[in-house]
Every structure is written in C-alpha cells, then in structure tokens.
Design a protein around this ligand. Structure first.
Ligand code: BTN
Length: 241
C-alpha cells in the first residue's frame, strides 16, 4: 500500500464512479483534511467543464479533502497549489509547463488534470475543497475534446500517489505559511513566457491576446488588441504559451 504523509488517511478502492464524488461524500460527513480517496479505475471520471475523464486502470485517480478555512474567493488558489504539486512530480529534465488555470504539460502533452470542487458555508468561508487529480502514469488517453495531446509520466501508480501526496502536503504548507504571492510567483516561473500569444475560450467565444501574467486572485491577464483584459474563468487553448 502507498505510504502517505504523516496524519493523512488513504481510502483505497478498486473501482468507483468518481473519486471526487466519494471524497465529497466523506467530506460532508466530516472527513479530515488529508483524507485521500484513490481508485484503481473510475467508471464515471469527471473532467472540467462537464467533460469525461477516461479512467481505466493504469493511471492515477485520487482526490484529497482539504479544509483551508479561507474565504470562498480564495478557493481557486488551491488549483495553483495542486498544479505546482503535480509539477513537482515531473523529473527536471522533462520540462514541465503549467497552463492557466491548472493544466500540467510535459513535453508539450497534458500529463494531468485537476478538478477542484468547493463547499461554501453560510459565513462565506470554505467548508471543504476536494482536489481531484488524475495523472497519466502508464498511458495517455487521447480524447477528441482534449486541447493538447496526452503525455504519460511513467513509473507506477503507487509511486505517483506517494509523490503526489508528499508534494501536495508541502505545497499546502507553503501556501499557508507564505501566502498566494509565493505560489503565484512559482507558478509563473513554470508557465509560458510573458508576451506569448494565447487564445482563451470563454463559453462560446474566443479571446486572443498576449500572456501578461496572473493577478493576485489567480485571474489570467492578457494584453489584447482592445487593451488589457482580466479573465477569471475560461480555458487557455493550445497556441504558443
Ligand atoms: C480536467 O478536465 O483536466 C480535470 C480532470 C480531473 C480528473 C480527476 S481523476 C480524479 C478525480 N476524479 C474525477 O472524477 N475527476 C478527478
């Protein structure tokens, strides 16, 4: 069995619909931060924007319960924390590149997907966030709606889970200790170059501009032909950055 960081708890399953759904169920019944739901396969893996996440055995499917006790507006910061943690898994010589908001690319291919889901209390504070992370370990599914080709990390699912939870624990501690500014700076250091041309899908529309960084709330900054633009929610499409 994979060994998790001190104080973390593993819920290991052979098969589940979605580890996010199972983690939400556990979080709703009081599961502590660091409860990790891991399944060998998912029969209903979910991606961002209502997409499916192909989840046959061989890759990593895990969701971690987080209790950040922060304001609801700050919950999205954890997506950048999670992306950095996944990036930490990638050997330095393979050239990891982070794409807004929280895609992780290796050798130009998407190696992992991150799906955060939050429960907000009536006081406006986050009750819990579940951080669902799928890592391509032994193969890279090529889905028709993927914006990037796939890439795989190699190694074993067990080693990937151990590495991921260790990295996540360290990155969470960094976020709590140093705040989002540090996370943002580290994320930017692994993102595409400033000034690179990017397309962003907003619902049915498309915005084209030059990558101008990340603001202090995690919004994407663009320089467009019509001036500076701040994008809170959307998807970067595969162009230069
Ligand atoms: C994306 O669309 O890029 C996000 C994909 C997130 C997939 C992971 S796999 C573990 C967890 N359980 C799910 O159903 N989804 C996430």
């Amino acid at each position: 069995m994979p060994v998790l960081p001190d104080g973390w708890t593993l819920v290991a399953l052979d098969s589940v619909g979605s580890t996010n759904d199972e983690a939400i169920r556990l979080a709703d019944s009081g599961a502590a931060e660091g409860t990790v739901v891991w399944a060998r396969e998912q029969t209903g893996g979910r991606g961002r924007r209502g997409r499916n996440w192909a989840s046959p055995a061989g890759n990593l499917y895990s969701t971690t319960v987080l209790r950040p006790a922060c304001a609801a507006q700050r919950a999205s910061e954890l997506g950048f924390v999670a992306a950095l943690a996944v990036g930490d898994l990638v050997p330095a010589d393979r050239g990891v590149r982070l794409k807004w908001p929280n895609d992780v690319l290796v050798d130009g291919g998407k190696v992992a997907g991150i799906l955060l889901e939050s429960a907000i209390g009536q006081d406006g504070l986050v009750e819990h966030v579940v951080a669902g992370i799928g890592v391509n370990v032994s193969f890279a599914p090529q889905l028709p709606d993927m914006r990037y080709p796939g890439a795989a990390l190699g190694g074993t699912v067990e080693a990937a889970l151990e590495g991921l939870t260790r990295a996540l624990a360290a990155r969470l501690a960094q976020w709590r200790r140093d705040g989002f500014d540090t996370v943002r700076a580290e994320w930017l250091a692994k993102a595409g170059p400033l000034g690179a041309e990017v397309d962003v899908r907003l619902g049915e529309g498309l915005v084209r501009g030059r990558f101008a960084g990340l603001d202090r709330e995690g919004a994407l900054l663009l320089e467009t032909a019509d001036g500076p633009r701040k994008i809170v929610s959307g998807e970067l499409l595969g162009r230069a950055a």
